[in-house]
Design a protein around this ligand. Structure first.
Ligand SMILES: NC(=O)c1ccc[n+]([C@@H]2O[C@H](COP(=O)([O-])OP(=O)(O)OC[C@H]3O[C@@H](n4cnc5c(N)ncnc54)[C@H](OP(=O)(O)O)[C@@H]3O)[C@@H](O)[C@H]2O)c1
Length: 314
């Protein structure tokens, strides 16, 4: 099969498409013929030697990527949920070696869900790591409730556009940051209040937030603390709740947490339900053929992607 093998950490061109053996199946895994793969900032960071590269580097070959949608072609002896022919999607082995940049991926059955028939493979692949992150933060960590005020940094990005829609699904009031280029898009996905971070200072415009969803890091959290109400929460997916911010938060009666998304078939099933009902929509801004993986990485590296970038396999 073809796989994009990382030769050594570095430039996007270090992802070389090569012929390698198909993965062997464990008893609890299914073999997925991949139709679409989504690319995340963590893929880009790992490719360049950061993020999860340290965990993968001693394996041979190193195959980056976690987000897939495709068709089951074989199942391990202990697999109960899926059979050959099923269309499935999920985030495979995160945080770990997902090996998703390949024609065939061996995936633990409990990392996958059935793909709703009406959702395309590109949109399904897009609704994995980024959507799971938004779901796990809002539902499992924050326990989001109707009427709460949620502030989402980078609301037009991969995680952000799911966070807006999931928060709205639970009846929250959403405030989000993005540049003016994304005003219409944010309106389409239901954001209540858009702040153009290139022109406006949100600390002057917002107050009494229940949840500050940080996607940008420590500087953003330091500012965010001033808009969160006593008893509110700050959850960062970029390590923004450092010691200094935690101390400040404690003094203000604000809970803080850093979070790393985890593979979960159960959460994928919840997302499948929302996608099928049209309550959450994946926005795929660009599709690239698998061979153009370097171009897809360059796009994600800009930090300006609207929604998601997806690779298409034959
Ligand atoms: N811990 C975890 O489990 C976890 C999971 C997923 C992602 N992450 C991390 O979270 C971050 C976001 O991920 P993502 O997939 O959403 O990234 P992304 O899709 O690449 O985000 C792109 C978006 O960021 C916006 N943006 C850039 N600079 C901004 C700023 N200063 N203020 C507000 N918006 C800004 C851009 O909007 P404009 O073009 O309008 O500027 C663009 O729409 C990444 O660093 C990623 O590694 C962590």
């Amino acid at each position: 099969m073809k796989a994009a093998v990382l030769q050594e950490p570095g430039a996007p061109e270090n992802l070389l498409i090569q012929e390698i053996a198909e993965p062997l199946l464990q008893d609890t895994e299914v073999l997925v013929k991949v139709k679409a793969i989504s690319i995340n900032p963590v893929d880009v960071k790992t490719r360049s030697g950061k993020a999860l590269y340290g965990q993968l580097k001693n394996d041979n070959p190193v195959i980056v990527g976690w987000d897939i949608s495709g068709e089951v072609t074989a199942v391990g002896n202990a697999v109960k949920q899926f059979k050959p022919g099923d269309a499935v999607f999920g985030m495979v082995n995160f945080p770990g070696h997902g090996k998703a940049y390949a024609e065939y991926v061996a995936a633990p059955e409990n990392h996958l869900a059935l793909k709703p028939a009406a959702i395309s493979h590109p949109k399904a692949a897009a609704s994995t790591l980024a959507a799971l992150t938004a779901w796990q933060v809002l539902v499992h960590l924050a326990g989001i409730k109707a009427g709460q005020k949620v502030f989402i940094q980078a609301a037009a990005g991969g995680v952000g556009h799911y966070a807006v829609q999931i928060a709205k699904h639970f009846g929250a009031y959403t405030i989000g940051t993005a540049s003016a280029a994304n005003t219409d898009f944010l309106q389409e996905i239901g954001l209540d209040e858009h702040i153009d971070y290139t022109k406006e200072d949100f600390t002057q415009l917002v107050q009494e937030v229940d949840l500050f969803f940080d996607t940008l890091g420590a500087e953003s959290v330091a500012k965010g603390l001033s808009v969160v109400k006593n008893g509110g929460q700050v959850i960062s997916i970029l390590g923004g709740c450092n010691e200094a911010n935690q101390k400040k938060a404690e003094e203000a009666g604000i809970k803080t947490m850093n979070y790393l998304v985890q593979s979960s078939g159960t959460d994928m099933e919840e997302l499948a339900r929302l996608l099928e009902a049209g309550q959450v929509k994946a926005h795929v801004s660009q599709e690239f053929p698998f061979e153009n993986i370097a171009a897809a990485h360059k796009q994600v590296e800009t930090g300006k992607t609207r929604g998601k970038v997806v690779l298409i396999l034959p």
